[in-house]
Design a binder for this molecule. Structure first.
Ligand SMILES: *[C@@H]1O[C@H](CO)[C@@H](O)[C@H](O)[C@H]1NC(C)=O
Ligand SMILES: *[C@@H]1O[C@H](CO)[C@@H](O)[C@H](O)[C@H]1NC(C)=O
Ligand SMILES: *[C@@H]1O[C@H](CO)[C@@H](O)[C@H](O)[C@H]1NC(C)=O
Ligand SMILES: *[C@@H]1O[C@H](CO)[C@@H](O)[C@H](O)[C@H]1NC(C)=O
Ligand SMILES: *[C@@H]1O[C@H](CO)[C@@H](O)[C@H](O)[C@H]1NC(C)=O
Ligand SMILES: *[C@@H]1O[C@H](CO)[C@@H](O)[C@H](O)[C@H]1NC(C)=O
Length: 391
């Protein structure tokens, strides 16, 4: 008998639970593959008790995980939510009386619907990546699906959840392809935009659709690199100023300035576009800057600014001594060379008169010894010949 007690309690619990969390009748759904929206509809359910304010609880499971994707729907009998088409998506709908009831743990498999996707698995676009350049134009790239044939072509459409809610998806008109990478860029000029749904569809029906949905479209922003608009240096500091993106308020961006000297250092700035950086003596410094919108991508680095003016005082003194020294040394070398060059251009012309006179004097001196006379004659001739004066 005791065995039945917990079973009965469990049964009673299940019945009450069933009454409180009933599935509303006639649940239907559809997916708009261009806007990446899942539309779910149902018929009104009987309230489980007379005291209950009827509400519906809707949950969505992506890739098998419910995390945070549960919503309360008050009076309406429909629900629309962005879905990452291309992933495994399930959803469920229940009635509830408790407006705090957004727990996710109480979904059973028989209460959920699996969203059937069109097209052949593995053919959808992969690695969709978008950059919102200067909050002016969106550039997206993607690769073809692993199972898609090599001539598969894709199109991209995007949808903005604007106030009227009725707007249609727009097409990106200029898809280009380089090997297996596709790319498309479209104008998107908004200062404040909450969300964007981007859908990449095959041009033929057997290709799966893939949707790209970000939590925050701001995370896609990338600005052009800034540049230094002003800089000035005094003894031991460098003042730097750089530009924020045109048309944006002061609070638009964070900045990073990289300073290279004997070490490399990165300084962070919030909503500030100028700074004064202490300089190390006797070291050349270089600087570059980049900016980031809240949560977005960092821009590329600016051009490098070199601290070009002469470094500090001690080395100035060193140069003051070294430069005259070098000049003097050069002068000495130049003088020596000039003398050499003069010798090369105006060689010392032998004086034939003097040579002949020398020869005769020697011959007279050496008259008695014959062998030596011959030797001296050849010697004197050799001396005379180059001047061409022997005849
Ligand atoms: C609701 O579903 C039931 C059973 O499937 C069906 O008989 C009925 O016609 C549906 N009602 C509506 C309004 O679609
Ligand atoms: C319904 O609400 C009334 C007062 O709001 C309360 O006295 C009563 O006990 C409630 N009944 C049930 C079944 O919760
Ligand atoms: C779902 O799973 C796939 C692979 O199993 C992964 O590539 C993808 O990023 C997942 N998506 C989400 C939203 O977690
Ligand atoms: C599949 O395609 C049909 C017809 O185009 C459409 O009505 C339906 O919503 C699509 N389903 C999904 C999951 O995309
Ligand atoms: C299309 O895109 C390519 C590459 O991004 C670009 O060079 C070309 O000017 C674009 N054409 C039009 C009409 O926008
Ligand atoms: C600082 O040094 C690193 C590493 O050598 C280099 O990549 C970077 O461009 C330098 N930055 C500047 C501002 O000179």
């Amino acid at each position: 008998m005791e065995v039945w007690v917990p079973l009965l309690i469990a049964l009673a619990g299940a019945v009450i639970r069933e009454a409180l969390f009933a599935r509303p009748p006639n649940i239907t759904y559809s997916i708009d593959e261009e806007t990446c929206n899942l539309h779910v509809r149902w018929l009104p359910a009987e309230p489980p008790s007379s005291n209950c304010t009827q509400q519906y609880k809707v949950g969505m499971r992506i890739n098998g995980s419910w995390n945070g994707l549960t919503f309360l729907v008050h009076k309406e009998t429909f629900w629309t939510e962005a879905v990452p088409v291309g992933e495994k998506v399930d959803f469920g709908v229940k009635t509830t009386c408790d407006s705090n009831d957004i727990e996710t743990a109480d979904w059973n498999d028989d209460e959920t619907f699996h969203v059937v996707q069109n097209g052949t698995a593995g053919t959808g676009a992969k690695n969709i990546n978008c950059i919102w350049w200067n909050k002016k134009s969106m550039e997206c790239s993607w690769n073809s699906g692993g199972k898609a044939s090599s001539d598969t072509s894709y199109k991209l459409s995007y949808w903005l959840p604007l106030e009227d809610g009725q707007n249609k998806a727009k097409q990106c008109r200029n898809v280009t392809r380089k090997e297996s990478e596709f790319r498309c860029r479209f104008d998107l000029d908004f200062h404040h935009l909450a969300r964007i749904h981007i859908s990449v569809q095959g041009k033929s029906a057997n290709i799966q659709t893939t949707c790209f949905i970000t939590e925050s479209v701001n995370s896609l922003v990338k600005f052009d690199p800034p540049s230094f608009t002003d800089h000035s240096k005094n003894r031991n500091e460098m003042f730097l100023q750089w530009n924020k993106p045109v048309g944006f308020s002061d609070s638009c961006c964070d900045s990073e300035v990289e300073v290279n000297s004997s070490k490399s250092e990165i300084k962070h700035f919030k909503h500030t576009y100028s700074t004064t950086i202490p300089l190390e003596p006797n070291v050349q410094h270089s600087f570059r800057v980049r900016i980031q919108s809240e949560k977005g991508h960092w821009s590329d680095w600016s051009d490098v600014l070199f601290d070009s003016s002469p470094p500090s005082t001690t080395s100035t003194y060193l140069w003051l001594i070294l430069i005259p020294l070098c000049v003097a040394l050069l002068l000495v070398i130049l003088l020596i060379y000039l003398k050499r060059i003069k010798l090369l251009i105006f060689p010392k012309i032998p004086d034939p008169g003097k040579i002949l006179k020398d020869v005769f004097e020697e011959q007279i001196e050496n008259q008695p010894a014959h062998e030596t006379v011959n030797n001296d004659e050849t010697h004197s001739l050799m001396l005379v010949e180059p001047a061409g004066n022997e005849k």
